[in-house]
Every structure is written in C-alpha cells, then in structure tokens.
Ligand binder design. Structure first.
Ligand SMILES: [Zn+2]
Length: 307
C-alpha cells in the first residue's frame, strides 16, 4: 500500500443539514473532487461501533442520540447542529474512518492518512453535540490508539479557526495525550473557549489563541512554540484536526491564512512526525465554509501530506 492514503465515503453526503446551513454536502464533494484530481489512493470508511463511540462519549449521550436517529426525521441537536435520516450513518462513518486511519498507520499499512468525512467532530464533547459536530472523531482516534493499540503518547493538533473544545473535553483528563489547538481568540469567536489558561488536568493541553486580523507571521510564531512542545512530548502518533476556515477568504473568521500557510504548517508537522514517530500522521477534515478557501487549504494540506 502507498505511504499516503485517504479514507472517505459517499454516504457522508447523506447528512442533510438543509439549504441554508454552513456545513453542507458541497464541502465534502469539493474535497473528494480534489482527491480524485490528485489521483490519491482511496479506501472506504467503515462505521464506528457502539464500543468505538463509548471510548470517548457518555453512554447517556449516545442513547439520546439513538432515540433521535430512530425517528428518521430532521431534528436539531442544538441551535446549529442539525440531523437528518442520513446523519447516523454519516457521523458513524466519520468516527469510524478516524479509527480506521489509526489502524492503518499503526499496522504499518500506511504512513499518513487523510480522512475526508462529514459532519466534522472537534466540537462534540463527551456529553453533547455542538457546532455542527456529533462525535469527537479525533479525540476518539487518540483514545483508540492509547486503549486498543497500547500507545503511551498520542498528540492531537487542531488548526481549525474555532477552538477544538470537544477534543479538549474528551482528552482533558488523559495524561497520555497532548492536545494543541490554534484558533481565533476566544473573546471574538465561537465557542468562546481555548484561553491559554486552559491547560488540561495534567498540563496536557496547549491553547494558542490568535488575534483577529493576524496572518502568517503570528501563526508561525504560535505554531513554532506548539511544535516545540509537541516534539518534547515525543508523540508516538500525531492526529490532526484539519479545518480550513482560518483562510483569508472564509468570512466565518478574521484570520488571514493563505494556502501557503497550510502547506507550511502541514510540512512542519511532518518534520516532527519524522523525528518522533516514523512519520505517522492521521489527519481528519474539520471546518472550512468558503469554496475557494476550502479548496485552496485542502489542496495545500493534501499536497504536503502526499509528497
Ligand atoms: Zn471551524
């Protein structure tokens, strides 16, 4: 098998959020189109099982979700997280795809995997859906690597413009994990968490808030700090929450990142992965709500992962 593969599934397009929602199927169609154009190897995602989801979610939350899904109707899990009859399968493929990517990398079948699914995952906490997210895909992937593959140190890096509050919640009390998130400063962007003072129960969380209006130079200073911390942690596996909504064309936020910045950051993460963990990276699609921004950012990320 190739050293870089992608995991995706067309049934993730069946998560129907309605015509006016930001997180719509075109986003995944765009990324799947890029994967096709770049002729990258593709594996179909598998669904997460109940046992997989219980790694990081409260049983009562999962039971409540199953009750909603069983009605086979459109419903709102919170003010901005909508589900439809296709959402159970789509969201289980997202979580399952992330775990499957960990399996591929830790079995040596691939070095780097990009998981192109939706809905995204990094806002889903142990006990609730939030911010378009139903299951905490990257947090679950980290716990899968620790609990089932017996790793001792797993890092999750999140460069989506919104704070990965759900991943932080899932990994807060997990001393074998390190979670590092850059995002627009909490005071000016949803969900309002992600201050530097939030450091986890075991000093295992590093938040890198960035001011609205900041661009490449501030991003690089923050991530050079973050990647130094990552390297000192000596991760055995690096998992990435890859959102492309910090791009200057995405009006959901005020950061001014460019395609070149996504390339720089992905390449820098690859450098740490080479030195610490034989190059092992699992990256999962999170946000990105402007067609140009998503295409440019995801292309740069995929090119830097695939080369
Ligand atoms: Zn986002």
């Amino acid at each position: 098998m190739s050293s870089f593969v992608t995991i995706t599934h067309e049934d993730c397009l069946g998560h129907d959020t309605g015509p006016h929602h930001r997180e719509r199927p075109w986003r995944l169609e765009t990324v799947r189109g890029l994967i096709d154009e770049m002729e990258l190897p593709v594996i179909e995602a598998r669904e997460a099982s109940d046992e997989d989801l219980l790694l990081g979610h409260d049983p009562a939350y999962l039971e409540a979700l199953e009750e909603v899904f069983a009605r086979q109707e459109h419903a709102d899990l919170d003010s901005d997280t909508h589900v439809s009859p296709g959402s159970r399968r789509a969201s289980r493929l997202g979580a399952g795809g992330a775990l499957q990517a960990v399996d591929l990398v830790l079995s040596g079948e691939a070095k780097r995997v990009f998981v192109a699914t939706r809905p995204p995952g990094h806002h889903a906490t142990r006990t609730r859906a939030m911010g378009f997210c139903i299951y905490g895909n990257t947090g679950l992937a980290a716990l899968h690597a620790l609990e089932r593959h017996g790793l001792s140190r797993v890092a999750v890096l999140d460069f989506d413009v919104h704070h990965g509050n759900g991943t932080q919640d899932i990994l807060w009390d997990e001393p074998r994990s390190l979670f590092i998130s850059s995002h627009q400063e909490p005071k000016s962007l949803w969900p309002g968490t992600g201050a530097r003072s939030e450091t986890g129960a075991h000093d295992n969380v590093l938040n890198l808030p960035l001011a609205s209006g900041s661009g490449a130079s501030e991003m690089k200073v923050a991530w050079e700090d973050g990647l130094a911390r990552l390297e000192a942690f000596k991760p055995e596996l690096i998992i990435v929450s890859a959102g492309f909504d910090a791009h200057r064309e995405d009006d959901i936020s005020g950061l001014l990142w460019t395609a070149g910045d996504y390339w720089w950051l992905t390449n820098a993460i690859r450098g740490v992965a080479r030195r610490c963990c034989e190059g092992r990276i699992v990256s999962c699609l999170e946000g990105g709500y402007n067609p140009t921004a998503l295409a440019e950012g995801a292309t740069a990320h995929l090119e830097a992962l695939a080369r």
